[in-house]
Design a protein around this ligand. Structure first.
Ligand SMILES: Cc1ncc(C[n+]2csc(CCOP(=O)(O)OP(=O)(O)O)c2C)c(N)n1
Ligand SMILES: [Mg+2]
Length: 631
């Protein structure tokens, strides 16, 4: 019988259930190796080729999907992916593959794996791995390299691939001898999880071949604890005395599966819960203590409440600089508050913000341990629980009312654009109204990815989630072109959940070719494109600092719905507000029921929300006469 080919498996055949079967049992965490992958892995020392050792180690780690583009560099291993139960999902561009691996990892908590041809296939991945690094995604990038006998001679597709990723990986394994293939492969998979970030497995092409004696290592998953007793005691003491405690829930709560523990702790304290920048899914939006995200275009309620804190419990957050900048004219960070920071990566403790107590621990275990210490105690804040709950409700209502009434931007440039566009043919929608309509039409259990751009950032105010592992954004790497491939990866890992991406027309141009990946391989998503005919977010800087001297900011676009159709997807243009919600619902229906991908192109005005940051630019100064007018 001929071996199965990847083409034999459609996305539907390759169901979530089948993937779940393939997982090693990680229920019993600890220093115990993950036991019992459903797909058999060869046991004991065996004669095999390095390709076989590599593939068997993938199987041992539960790998069922790899994103990438085929290449001669790893063809010997690729040839046995299918019989090992591994699907190689061919993408359009390797950057897309890297983002897909990121999205896959972020939604599932499992490794995302990406592979490509040595040299250009690998260098194409750098941006995506950098984004995955700042999202703390357990992505393994497999980088086949020029063969050892050619390296240094300037041959075809030759590149030193370790320096490319040095800054964006937690660990780099270089297979310096074919006999060590399984060892390095296994270590890359272990370290991606234990250090929560990308790792690189660099394999000289010739090291796939030969005959070795080898045992496939069992995956090792390290149990993380709550942190040191003394620091937990100190944290409990501070919280017991706090008058206005606030919890800041970060990515550690999402990745550490700590939402429930955070909820219990918040309820015991009566503490408002704000979420970190682009961590909107770290606490359920339906909970009375949820206040929304900090950071760019975040929730004013969250900012006004954390500003009043005397103690902040930052759970699984590094309190990154970009995510804590003043917003909406509010310099909200509580400089006099005592900060308790819980971080699984101890190097983040006190790195950005001054802290009073640092706990090197897991968000879930630490939240549980802190709760156990304060649960039955009399707390200073007990007396004001009802009063604080009212305050939270009032601030939330004020922000919701403000958002509901904020139908368009009110700055001079935006008002000019709105007027100007009334004279143009076509109907153009106010982005904020569009975002509100999309929010209202959002299906249950939705996964949403956003890109980098002005409208996408404004979207931060309108994206709320009731479950973790639902929201994916390029975090502090901030690269345009992120959203579509990432949601494709997320969908691949969770075919049962609606997958929706947001992108501006500029960022969309960088990434839209991956619609072909959706169509070719039956991975349906719903892609919303905000068509405002400009690189808006950067143009905003030219408005604020360069007297509207626009350089290279205009995008006179084709029909993105049309391009979507040409790639085999559905395409719809929306230019009436009443149609926004219906268009999203219809597209999601087509995704879930008929396996169809839709590009929803929404025609928006050129108005622009607040800039990314106000501290990054200054008014231009010119000394040379020829440039004297450019101030
Ligand atoms: C890869 C990359 N290139 C350039 C930038 C700089 N940049 C940030 S936002 C932006 C404009 C995005 O335009 P668009 O996607 O159309 O969204 P809009 O701002 O118009 O809503 C650019 C060019 C970036 N962040 N990433
Ligand atoms: Mg745009």
């Amino acid at each position: 019988m001929p071996p199965a080919t990847t083409a034999d498996r459609s996305a539907t055949q390759w169901s979530d259930a089948k993937r779940a079967d393939a997982l090693p049992d990680e229920g019993a965490m600890g220093t115990q190796p993950g036991a019992g992958a459903a797909r058999a892995v060869v046991q004991g020392v065996q004669k095999m080729t390095p390709s076989e050792a590599f593939v068997e180690t993938l199987v041992a780690n539960g790998v069922t999907d790899i994103f990438g583009i085929m290449g001669s560099a790893f063809m010997d291993a690729m040839d046995i992916f299918a019989p090992a139960g591994i699907r190689l999902i061919p993408v359009v561009h390797e950057q897309g593959a890297g983002h897909m691996a990121d999205g896959y990892a972020r939604v599932s908590g499992r490794h995302g794996v990406v592979i490509g041809q040595n040299g250009p296939g690998i260098s194409n991945c750098v941006t995506a791995i950098a984004a995955a690094y700042w999202a703390h995604s357990p992505v393994v990038i497999v980088t086949p390299e020029t063969g050892t006998m050619g390296m240094g001679l300037g041959g075809f597709q030759e590149a030193n691939q370790l320096p490319m990723f040095e800054e964006f990986t937690k660990y780099q394994g270089h297979v310096n001898n074919p006999k060590r293939m399984a060892e390095f492969t296994a270590r890359c998979f272990d370290r991606a999880i234990s250090e929560m970030g990308p790792t690189q497995l660099n394999i000289p092409r010739d090291h796939f071949y030969g005959e070795i004696q080898c045992e496939i290592p069992k995956p090792m998953r390290v149990e993380r604890g709550a942190g040191g007793e003394k620091s937990l005691d100190a944290a409990a003491e501070l919280l017991a005395q706090a008058k206005f405690p606030v919890i800041l829930a970060g990515g550690g709560v999402v990745m550490g599966d700590a939402v429930e523990e955070t909820r219990l702790l918040a309820e015991r304290l009566g503490a408002p819960v704000v979420t970190g920048y682009l961590r909107n899914d770290a606490f359920p939006a339906s909970h009375p203590l949820w206040c929304g995200p900090l950071g760019y275009q975040g929730s004013k309620a969250a900012m006004k409440l954390i500003a009043q804190a005397d103690v902040v419990l930052a759970l699984g957050s590094r309190m990154g600089p970009f995510g804590t900048l003043p917003q909406h004219g509010l310099d909200y960070w509580p400089k006099d508050a005592k900060i308790i920071q819980v971080e699984a990566d101890h190097t983040n403790l006190g790195l950005v913000k001054k802290i009073s107590v640092g706990i090197a621990g897991d968000a879930k275990a630490a939240a549980r341990a802190i709760l156990a210490r304060i649960d039955r105690k009399q707390l200073a804040c007990d007396a004001t629980k009802a009063e604080r709950a009212r305050k939270v409700a009032d601030e939330k209502k004020a922000w919701e009312d403000e958002l509901s009434g904020w139908s368009h931007e009110k700055d001079a440039y935006s008002l000019d654009m709105i007027e100007e566009q009334k004279k143009e043919p076509g109907n153009w929608l106010h982005p904020r109204q569009v975002l509100r309509e999309l929010e209202k039409a959002m299906p249950a259990h939705a996964m949403v990815s956003t890109d980098i751009g002005n409208i996408n950032s404004v979207a931060n105010s309108y994206l709320r989630f009731d479950e973790p592992r639902s929201f994916f954004a390029p975090m502090s790497f901030g690269n345009c072109g992120y959203a579509l491939p990432t949601i494709i990866g997320a969908k691949t890992a969770a075919m049962h959940r609606p997958a929706i991406s947001y992108a501006g027309d500029g960022a969309w141009g960088m990434s839209m070719s991956e619609i072909m990946t959706c169509v070719r391989h039956g991975i349906p998503v719903t892609a919303v494109v905000f068509h405002n005919r400009q690189w808006g977010a950067e143009k905003k800087n030219q408005v604020d600092f360069y007297s509207r001297r626009f350089v290279a900011g205009e995008l006179d676009n084709e029909s993105f719905a049309g391009i979507g159709k040409a790639m085999g997807a559905e395409g719809v243009v929306v230019d009436r507000l009443d149609d926004v919600g219906a268009a999203l619902r219809k597209a999601v229906d087509a995704q879930m029921k008929d396996g169809k991908t839709t590009v929803v192109e929404i025609m928006c005005t050129r108005e622009l929300g607040d800039p990314f940051r106000r501290d990054a630019l200054s008014k231009p100064v010119r000394f040379l006469d020829k440039y004297k007018d450019y101030v």
